[in-house]
Write a new protein. Structure first.
Length: 272
């Protein structure tokens, strides 16, 4: 409309701009300080002497250029171990969800009082900070070598991550449905079941599917220390310098993880 006055764009306060400068300036300073400790100065070495890398690549990709060698690989073992790895990830994620739902609700500040919410959040910090390999070693010590130790390790770490994500999802819900349920005289548990869970269920499911994908990759690493799955076969091939087998095992892992990712995308598309 002619003559209409267009308001100027909002301007951030000086204190907000100062905070941004301080924050991002601190990040830049940390990057500079970490340059030599992280050995970033070695980056040019990637392109200097490539003879060892080339020799490894020739062995690694040899089966893909030699049909006879490709067919001679122990594919049933590789696929069977990968399937075991997926089963480990599936059970580990399922148990993690059982653990994460109550912890996620207890760790949400709009559901639990601070004297419950804060200790639960700190507990989740501890759970997430312990490396998977350490947790797996603890369970291997308790129950021995095998997939069960891997399942329990995945449950422990994934449960901590999912509980944090679940809590943050609960904290971002619309208060209206909860207040509507409360107005009917419902108790706290009914408020959660009818006012909270329906709002967060699709997001929780999406988080759980993503963590299942991550757990499938993590279970591969856990097999290296005896927790079952394809990781042990991968580790044995590397130790024996049978890099042609290593290449085929990696191919199986890539195909499996890609199929899991595609399936997860389809499920998430139907839910969200």
């Amino acid at each position: 409309m002619t003559g209409e006055i267009i308001p100027p764009p909002p301007r951030r306060s000086t204190s907000a701009l100062a905070f941004d400068v301080l924050l991002w300036g601190g990040v830049v300073v940390l990057l500079v300080i970490s340059f030599y400790p992280a050995e970033i100065d070695k980056f040019p070495q990637l392109f200097r002497d490539t003879s060892r890398t080339t020799a490894f690549a020739k062995l690694f990709f040899a089966p893909f250029g030699d049909l006879k060698l490709f067919l001679s690989m122990d594919w049933p073992t590789f696929i069977g171990k990968m399937w075991q790895t997926i089963q480990m990830a599936l059970w580990g994620t399922a148990l993690a969800i059982v653990l994460a739902v109550p912890l996620g609700l207890l760790g949400a500040r709009n559901i639990s009082p601070w004297w419950i919410q804060q200790p639960v959040r700190r507990l989740l910090d501890v759970i997430r900070s312990i490396p998977d390999l350490v947790v797996a070693l603890i369970f291997i010590t308790a129950v021995g070598l095998g997939p069960f130790a891997g399942v329990m390790s995945i449950m422990f770490n994934t449960g901590g991550v999912l509980a944090k994500l679940f809590a943050e999802a609960v904290e971002s819900i619309d208060k209206g449905p909860v207040e509507g349920v409360r107005a009917t005289g419902a108790v706290k548990l009914q408020e959660v079941v009818w006012g909270v869970i329906p709002q967060v269920a699709p997001l929780w499911t999406s988080y759980a599917l993503y963590r299942f994908e991550s757990s499938a990759r993590a279970a591969t690493v856990l097999g290296i220390i005896g927790a079952g799955g394809i990781g042990q076969v991968l580790y044995d091939s590397i130790n024996a310098f049978q890099f042609d087998q290593t290449g085929c095992i990696v191919l199986v892992i890539i195909v499996a993880v890609s199929m899991i990712d595609l399936l997860s995308q389809i499920i998430r598309t139907r839910l969200l």
